[in-house]
Design a protein around this ligand. Structure first.
Ligand code: SAH
Length: 375
């Protein structure tokens, strides 16, 4: 039997990122503020600057005592992300940001403006341990989990860019967040959950983005999905299925060796029942691998009575990959077949392709080797 390397726990011995305001629940934030000798109401001011004004630089806070600002930087709001570079495409409507973390580790986020919404795609881990063979991040392996502060900081940076009018079209509001960058969010459960709380909690204690506008995409860690159900936060769940049959899925999404298609869909059904939210099935169409008509039939039969929507993603081949995207006619046939079962289906746009910012292409270490093309 071939050895499939799956990493569910982060490697030991890495220095934790400095602790941050956004790692904590509102009550614990107030406790921390009093612990460092400031009145508790200062926590509300900090929250207001951070989540309402996207301002994480205490030096610029005129309502905050100058003498306390450096203490806050040191103990409460350490700088977690340093921008290495931004690359844009799609006429500036897509922007990929490369971030350096406190320990030199690199992660990426992608901001995408559409006529009706602006979405940020964020990373939850540096690298990923799920080892899906078609995914650039998966090939890099897992370096470490991100903290809630590091995950939230990506969203705050995106919200700030929107508010400042950094994307063409003028100032706008960040409306959507997708956990579809680097990493498997449910393998970093606690930090991801705290960051979701930061995203959906109304201002000033959080960013006030609607839970339904937040999508968590997972390879299908069933225990994680079950835990998420109990939290009662109706974020949109996306399951990276990529094929309806266990035999192929064992190789495309190696976690399938632990939880089979039926179990994953069972957990997603439970999620839909409890949250009232339709879930999404991610399916990267790979030429002659998972795009056959018979697989579309099987998928259609599997999903026809479920509360699911299929999101087909034309494969973005990773460097050196033996796989490529499906032929247009096969893609169309796949869509038609699913529709014939009454299964709602959309084909994902391929925003960010030219800047290696499209689905599955995020691999920060690679990006560094590319000569800078900032604009
Ligand atoms: N670990 C999570 C989230 C990260 S990836 C997950 O797997 O769901 C977000 C989506 O992009 C997943 O559906 C993933 O399977 C898909 N993806 C990864 N590599 C891709 C590639 N090369 N082309 C198209 N989609 C890809």
């Amino acid at each position: 039997m071939s050895e499939i390397k799956l990493v569910l726990e982060e490697p030991k011995g890495r220095k934790r990122p400095p602790s941050h305001f956004a790692d904590l629940e509102p009550q614990a934030r107030r406790a921390l503020i009093t612990e460092i000798g400031l009145p508790a109401f200062r926590a509300n001011q900090i929250a207001n600057h951070l989540f309402n004004h996207y301002n994480d630089d205490p030096a610029s806070w005129s309502d905050f005592p100058a003498s306390a600002r450096s203490l806050v930087v040191e103990r409460v709001l350490p700088k977690l992300l340093t921008l290495v570079r931004s690359i844009t495409c799609d006429g500036g409507q897509t922007r990929k940001d490369l971030w350096r973390l406190h320990d030199g580790v690199l992660v990426e986020s992608v901001l995408m403006r559409y006529p009706d919404r602006t979405t940020v795609c964020i990373s939850s881990q540096a690298g990923c341990g799920m080892n899906c063979p078609f995914c650039a991040t998966g090939q890099a392996g897992l370096t470490r989990n991100l903290s809630a502060g590091e995950i939230t900081a990506q969203v705050i940076a995106a919200a700030r860019a929107c508010a400042n009018g950094e994307l063409p079209g003028g100032p706008t509001r960040l409306s959507n967040v997708v956990f579809m960058g680097m990493g498997e969010p449910l393998a970093n459960y606690n930090a991801v959950l705290q960051s979701i709380r930061n995203i959906v909690t109304p201002q000033p204690d959080g960013l006030g983005i609607s839970a339904r506008a937040v999508t968590l995409s997972t390879v299908g860690l069933v225990t994680g999905i079950e835990r998420l159900i109990e939290e009662g936060i109706p974020v949109t769940l996306a399951v990276s299925l990529h094929t309806p049959d266990d035999e192929l899925r064992d190789t495309l999404v190696p976690i399938n060796s632990r939880w089979k298609v039926k179990e994953v869909l069972g957990a997603a059904d439970k999620y839909a029942d409890r949250t009232g939210r339709r879930y999404s099935i991610e399916y990267a169409l790979i030429r002659d691998v998972n795009d056959q008509k018979w697989r579309a039939d099987l998928l259609g039969k599997l999903l026809r009575n479920r509360h699911a929507h299929v999101n087909l993603i034309p494969l973005n081949p990773t460097p050196g990959s033996k796989w490529t995207a499906s032929r247009r006619e096969d893609e169309r046939e796949f869509v038609r077949t699913l529709e014939s079962y009454g299964v709602p289906v959309t084909v994902r746009d391929t925003r960010g392709r030219e800047i290696e910012g499209a689905c599955g292409q995020l691999a920060a270490a690679e990006t560094l080797k590319v000569p800078s093309s900032d604009n």
